[in-house]
Write a protein that binds this ligand. Sequence first.
Ligand code: KG4
Ligand code: ZN
Length: 349
Amino acid sequence: MLVLTIESSCDETSAAVIRDGRSILSNAVASQIPVHRKYGGVVPELASRNHICDIHAVINDALKDAGVSLDDIEGFGVTSGPGLVGSLLVGIETAKALAMAQGKPCVGLNHLEGHLTAVLLDIEGLERPDFPYLGCIVSGGHTDLYLVRAMGDYSILGRTRDDAAGEAFDKVAKMLGLPYPGGVEIDRLAKDGDPEAIDFTRPMWTRKHFDFSFSGLKTAVLNHIKANGQPEGQGLHDLCASFQKCVVDVLVFKAIEATKQTGCKTMVYSGGVACNSMLREHAKDQGERRGFKVIFAPPKLCTDNAAMLGPAAEFYLQGQTGFDAWDLRATSNMPLGKDERVDKEGRHR
Ligand code: KG4
Ligand code: ZN
């Protein structure tokens, strides 16, 4: 099927044309980073307004880059949650209007399912994972560990109890006076730093459950700055490297434990923080040492984009009939899969 997918859940406006849930014919992305940079984070009202300005151009670019017209499109897929309601609505209403005008089906999709299954697309130089696999979504809004049994069959094993990993990167960067998005800056500065320079406590370092917590680490960085002053020069590089190493250690430790305990053979990382160079290196090294395949999508498919929705759009469009596009609603906290998280006693929640 030739499908047009649309993503507008946060601050990226994106449209893609995907064939058979596998081939990326185009993936146009308009980033709002310059709009939000001066506020140090995403401002929801500005995000939705900018989606309105960008969405038509992005869809036209996606069609043009793919060399197809709207009449060639056989179905539409759009992120309907989780995300910022005002942002989601722009994508949803656009997809609805196109689907109705064209008389084609339109399916609402879970953003997290997009991140989890992006690696099922044809990606040059990347091996497609076999099911089941362990999916670790690390982004500005999520830090989730999923067991991916098959398309449409997911269990959440752990998630952050407070800040997401990307949120911690962005907030620590703000404390250090670095521009948004902070993860990119910290990654860059950490390259010349000593990750052992400051010994931050690894939060939730336990095999008993797979939840994360990053807000205490953020406070530890703030306390360090209060006690030692704003770091400069080598001190800034060292702080970035030490903070980043702490986050990376926890993300890799928990993902490896979850992979072992579920009997999976493959770990897949996705979401914006999966662009992090230390995470890529450390996860590959630690995972492969234990005999696991470790897969990272290329950075353009890790940050928010519409192509990542391709496998899920194809799956749901093929599997069902009689979509009613009028039924599509934005769901800001849309859950995904069965909740199989356990507490520290090993009891299901
Ligand atoms: O997946 P994404 O584009 O949007 C969300 O769904 O949140 O992720 C954005 C997040 C931001 O917090 C950003 O700081 C972080 O990903 N990020 C990084 C890197 N590149 C982006 N974090 C650490 N290292 C990076 N290289
Ligand atoms: Zn995302």
